[in-house]
Design a protein around this ligand. Structure first.
Ligand SMILES: *Cc1c(COP(=O)(O)O)cnc(C)c1O
Length: 259
């Protein structure tokens, strides 16, 4: 089976970005209607990795006032260059402890928490900066050994450790679905995250909320919304197809298994 990914043309003007945003919002509204949900229950997080400063300034004009970035270095460089815009930055990619200091300085949100070492490093740096950070716990719902995130069976214990880190505001869970054009492969990943959230909710320690489910990207956000996503992370459907392969951002499984 070939992968029929839509062709996402490059958006190079504020008007083109605004058109793409409107189209994505309309698709979000349709998916919400199918699921009997209010469109306001889904937050659109535009993902700006590989998009340069000039285009991001146009995106800001088009209404993108929060941006998600996978890599800390790229995010921080952009945050510094566009400090005048007051953008809310969300780091959505795997973090190493030696980058915790940077995230603590400029980010408002971190969506890929999957280790106590990173939680501890962030908490310490946030204390020094006198800041807090919204966090999502990343869960591996696809069962691919190569994907980041906690195994679903580890999440309950992990959450019970988090109240020790008082600078972290735990908001919910995040996942990446299996990359497949087949909805029957993708949907179960989203169902797994929602079921996990629903099962954990009655047992959560004080101060830990799991109101949010961050799931869904350009290729699969409608399925994610049907299954309960409250945050969708969308890059290519807004800005255009990326030249950088996804393997640059997360380990991909053996291509022989991706058919
Ligand atoms: C890049 C990225 C996205 C967005 O992917 P698109 O295909 O551009 O919509 C979502 N989540 C994470 C973690 C990403 O790195």
């Amino acid at each position: 089976m070939s992968n029929p990914r839509p062709d996402w043309p490059q958006a190079t003007t504020a008007a083109e970005i605004a058109d793409n945003l409107a189209a994505v919002r309309a698709r979000i509204a349709d998916a919400c209607a199918r699921a009997g949900r209010a469109p306001s229950s889904v937050r659109l997080l535009p993902v700006s990795k590989t998009v340069d400063e000039a285009r991001l300034r146009l995106a800001w004009q088009a209404g993108c006032h929060e941006l998600g970035e996978n890599k800390v270095q790229e995010a921080q460089a952009k945050a510094d260059a566009m400090a005048d815009l007051g953008i809310r930055w969300s780091v959505i990619g795997h973090l190493q402890t030696n980058k915790a200091r940077d995230v603590a300085r400029f980010a408002s949100e971190f969506q890929a928490l999957d280790s106590l070492r990173v939680a501890e490093a962030l908490d310490r740096r946030l204390t020094l900066e006198q800041r807090t950070l919204d966090v999502f716990v990343q869960v591996n719902t696809s069962g691919e050994a190569s994907k980041y995130g906690l195994d679903p069976i580890e999440v309950a214990d992990f959450l019970h450790q988090l109240p020790a880190f008082t600078r972290l505001r735990v908001r919910g869970l995040m996942t990446l679905a299996l990359f497949s054009p087949d909805p029957d492969q993708v949907r179960p990943c989203f169902v797994r995250l929602r079921d996990l959230r629903d099962r954990l909710r009655p047992t959560l320690p004080a101060g830990i909320a799991l109101d949010e489910l961050s799931m869904g990207m350009s290729g699969d956000f409608e399925i994610a919304i049907e299954e309960g996503a409250t945050v969708v992370r969308i890059g290519q459907a807004i800005f255009g197809a990326r030249a950088t392969p996804d393997s640059h951002y997360w380990p991909t499984p053996d291509p022989a298994l991706q058919q």
